[in-house]
Design a protein around this ligand. Structure first.
Ligand code: SAH
Length: 225
């Protein structure tokens, strides 16, 4: 079973939206599992402090290296083969290629930052891989973890039907996806392109390919490079 372990200060945020639809069904069918570990349990003192002020000054608080390391060491077997992903806006931007790699592995450990982030030394000391879900700042890593998990889980065998294997999707062929249409044939004066109703599969495939290329050139020329 593909397994996810999440280190967070807010375990109540999980499974959250992953409890419904495709990922929720797959969770119930035990295609994947989800376990949360509360970093707070390893906090220091009566108040279970997990953070402290940044060395060198400045605003905000930083999650302590010793606290997070203790949580990780207690929560994971030393030989756990799963990649340890630290949600971080400084990380390598998540791509469908990385998602495919993760989905074909044993699972993932996801670590959710809060405040200004985590002490740099625990990133080095525990070999954490920083992963970003985009160039914007969230208030915590929890939603980023949900995004990473959603993207992985839908690719696990048995989660999507054959019909929707995901092979055609945006990014899969290095291109954005072609436009979709369904009934009615005409809506508010807009018709479905004739070629899609022609029944000529070769022509349809060619049209879709061209549309995908056109959209990619227009919107995401960076993908063509
Ligand atoms: N001070 C940090 C931002 C901290 S945001 C900086 O400027 O880089 C608090 C936490 O939210 C981070 O530790 C991280 O776990 C999560 N987070 C915020 N934005 C994210 C993003 N784009 N991708 C992944 N995680 C993110």
């Amino acid at each position: 079973m593909w397994s996810a372990t999440i280190f967070t200060l807010y375990p109540e945020m999980f499974p959250g939206p992953l409890a419904v639809s495709l990922s929720g069904d797959a969770l119930a069918r035990e295609i994947w599992s989800l376990e949360t570990r509360n970093i707070r349990e390893y906090g220091i003192g009566r108040h279970r402090a997990v953070d402290d002020t940044p060395a060198g000054g400045g605003p905000g608080m930083v999650i302590r290296a010793d606290v997070l390391a203790q949580a990780l060491d207690a929560g994971l077997a030393a030989d756990d083969p799963r990649p340890r992903l630290l949600m971080s806006p400084r990380g390598r931007p998540l791509t469908q290629t990385r998602v495919r790699e993760l989905a074909s592995g044993p699972g993932a450990v996801l670590i959710c930052g809060r405040f200004e982030g985590v002490d740099e030394r625990v990133i080095e000391g525990r070999g954490l891989e920083e992963v970003s879900i985009g160039d914007y700042i969230l208030s915590g890593g929890e939603m980023a973890s949900l995004v990473v998990l959603d993207a992985c889980v839908r690719l696990l065998p048995g989660v999507m039907g054959k019909q929707e294997s995901g092979a055609d999707e945006s990014f899969e062929g290095g291109l954005l996806e072609y436009p979709h249409y369904t009934r009615p044939r005409e809506w508010e004066g807009r018709a479905i392109p004739d070629v899609l109703l022609s029944g000529d599969h070769a022509k349809i495939a060619k049209w879709r390919r061209e549309e995908a290329e056109r959209l990619t050139r227009q919107r995401r020329p960076d993908l063509l490079r």
